[in-house]
Design a protein around this ligand. Structure first.
Ligand code: HEM
Length: 359
């Protein structure tokens, strides 16, 4: 026979069970589903610490929770990468700004100390074609888009620091709203035009040993030496390839930023933003140098892109190998008016061919 359970003993067991279950109740999770219960365990409270701080620490580390909002990463309350992005963006914007300023200063010093690169023998009045109408249109459409994107982009990047003190918050808010829309819409258009331009000029920007020699002699810019160059010289090719790789970086990252609905995560957007800002600032700095050398920095260069023709003295001085190639191909230098007349002639002939003769 087993031990008899008298009423008194049963009463003590029942009381112990009730008290024990009251104490054990909070820990019941551990006993039933250890893993899940560990995950839900309240943070330890060491007296001074806010009991919720461990919870928010976990949130800040990017741990997912639950939210009724739908969408990618909607359950991440605080994405910790945001803080890293904020800290990296500041030096990118700062050093990028310094770079643009340094290029502008170098151009100014060049002008003050060395002066404009002059045509040694002056203009001859005889010219050869350098860029076709299509190429010039491509260049100026591209340059116009680039300048609008550059101005609006820089306004958005530095507007708070630079523009608000000058034009005030209200005017800046209105301008920035417009600048953002213009920037967002013109970015992809620039991407298309730039692609056509880069493809069109790819063939003449393939690097060669002539370019290495050009660089070793600094393009003759400081020694006044004539350094051999083909249709484009080492400096122009460097600008082209910077535009090629920088252009891919700035356009691709811009598309990611322009279309958040394409599925990029917040981390992707932060990276895209840093790449976009960094590459855009490098391109703007290099463009300042290009614009300088293509206009006031070098006598006779700008007409290449405005009229499409250059003086033979300019061609001989800056692109001797290319000029020799033209002569070898039988190209005859002409005055601008002769070239214009030659261009008009086929039109006139075509026109008179269609004009009925009066009887
Ligand atoms: C107002 C601004 C600009 C001026 C005055 C200017 C001027 C010029 C000139 C004169 C040339 C012909 C150089 C030569 O015949 O050797 C040229 C070529 C070129 N420009 Fe510009 N430009 C400007 C803006 C831009 C911009 C913003 C870009 C690109 C985003 C650009 C890209 C190019 C390219 C790729 C070439 C062809 C040379 C090469 O292949 O490296 N330009 N530019």
């Amino acid at each position: 026979m087993g031990p008899r359970l008298n009423k008194k003993k049963a009463g003590w067991i029942a009381l112990f069970a009730i008290i024990a279950s009251i104490f054990l109740a909070p820990f019941s999770g551990y006993l039933l589903l250890p893993d899940q219960a560990m995950a839900q365990a309240p943070p330890a409270f060491d007296g001074d610490e806010n009991p919720r701080s461990n919870f928010w620490r976990a949130v800040r580390e990017g741990n997912s929770g639950y939210t009724a909002v739908r969408g990618d990463e909607a359950n991440v309350l605080i994405q910790n990468g945001g803080e890293n992005w904020r800290q990296l963006k500041q030096p990118v914007a700062q050093y990028g700004g310094w770079f643009i300023g340094a290029v502008a200063l170098a151009c100014l010093l060049f002008l003050l100390l060395k002066g404009r690169l002059r045509l040694e023998n002056g203009e001859s009045g005889m010219t050869v074609e350098r860029w076709t109408t299509f190429e010039r249109t491509l260049h100026w459409v591209n340059a116009t888009l680039f300048i609008i994107l550059g101005v609006t982009g820089l306004s958005l990047a530095y507007g708070r620091v630079v523009l608000i003190p000058i034009i005030g918050k209200d005017v800046f808010a209105a301008y920035a709203g417009l600048a953002k829309v213009v920037h967002d819409y013109l970015g992809p258009v620039f991407g298309v035009v730039l692609t056509v331009l880069l493809l069109r000029w790819l063939w003449m920007n393939i690097p060669s040993m002539t370019d290495v020699r050009w660089f070793l002699k600094g393009g003759g810019m400081f020694t006044n030496e004539h350094v051999a160059a083909g249709k484009t010289n080492g400096g122009e090719k460097a600008w082209y390839w910077l535009l090629f790789f920088g252009g891919i970086a700035v356009v691709a990252s811009g598309v990611v930023l322009d279309f958040p609905n394409l599925g990029a995560t917040r981390g992707d957007m932060q990276l895209a933003n840093l790449i976009h800002t960094g590459s855009a600032l490098i391109l703007v700095g290099a463009a300042v140098g290009h614009i300088f050398i293509g206009s006031i920095g070098s006598e006779g260069s700008l007409r290449a892109m405005t009229t499409g023709r250059v003086d033979v003295e300019w061609a001989r001085q800056h692109h001797d190998l290319w000029y020799q190639e033209l002569l070898d191909q039988g190209v005859k230098p002409q005055t601008d008016s002769e070239a214009q007349a030659a261009r008009d002639k086929p039109d006139k002939e075509a026109h008179s061919a269609h004009t009925p003769h009066s009887a």
